[in-house]
Ligand binder design. Structure first.
Ligand code: PRP
Ligand code: URA
Length: 213
């Protein structure tokens, strides 16, 4: 994992890079695409949760009692941005099964490319939780910035945003709007095209995960 600047981390693990290449391929079908998104999310969670605090707990093994480290500190909440973020949830929950799950529904207007909110249901006591916000695509940065605002409005002070592919334009927008969050990126792509799609990207992540279109 390489620190790009400030709180922006770009994944360097060969397994993540390899799986992203498979994801990009237009011949990768829905089932395989869905599995890859889940696997990449799990690998990214493994990398980005390295800093979780530990505390010693007393454990009784079949041989003797010992002190052994367990995760301590803030409780986690996983929040996918609908629809495409849903594809990443199970990968994270495989590693942290006790995390609560919230949902934020945002849809980009096809002409203005601005996000429109249609749903928001977040776990209680977000001020005591660390949130992992999920969306495979960071394009203009509008959706991620709006989702972070909704989470902060509930009092959350600790947010990690995880995306599989980012455009430089969107990464810049998100980092400037929310310099206090950590941003984890699977791959930083070249640019946006005239329709605000990421190049080379992987197309429409939601459509590819759910087989719509
Ligand atoms: C896609 C993607 C992000 C957003 C990124 O969702 O999953 O949420 O676009 O674009 P932005 O950075 O320019 O805001 P979309 O709005 O297409 O909705 P969907 O997941 O329901 O297909
Ligand atoms: N949303 C996507 O799903 N893909 C893009 O390239 C941009 C926004």
């Amino acid at each position: 994992m390489e620190r790009k600047s400030g709180n922006i981390m770009i994944m360097g693990h060969p397994l993540i890079k390899h799986k992203i290449s498979l994801l990009r391929d237009k011949n990768t079908g829905t089932g395989e695409f869905r599995s890859l998104v889940e696997e990449i999310a799990m690998l990214m969670a493994y990398e980005s949760l390295r800093s979780l605090p530990l505390e010693d707990a007393e454990i009784e093994t079949p041989i003797e009692t010992c002190k052994s480290p367990v995760i301590s500190g803030k409780k986690l909440a996983v929040v996918p941005i609908l629809r495409a973020g849903l594809g990443m949830v199970d990968g994270i929950l495989k590693l942290v099964p006790s995390a609560k799950v919230g949902h934020i529904g945002l849809c980009r207007n096809e002409e203005t490319h601005l996000p429109q909110e249609y749903y928001c249901k977040l776990p209680a006591q977000l001020n005591e939780r660390e949130v992992i916000l999920l969306d495979p695509m960071l394009a203009t940065g509008g959706s991620a910035s709006a989702a972070v605002e909704l989470i902060k409005a509930k009092g959350c002070k600790s947010i990690k945003f995880m995306c599989i592919i980012a455009a430089p334009e969107g990464l810049d927008v998100l980092a400037k709007a929310h310099p206090d969050i950590e941003i984890y990126v699977g791959n930083l792509d070249r640019c946006l095209n005239e329709n605000a799609y990421i190049c080379p990207g992987l197309g429409d992540a939601g459509d590819r995960i759910f087989g719509t279109k």
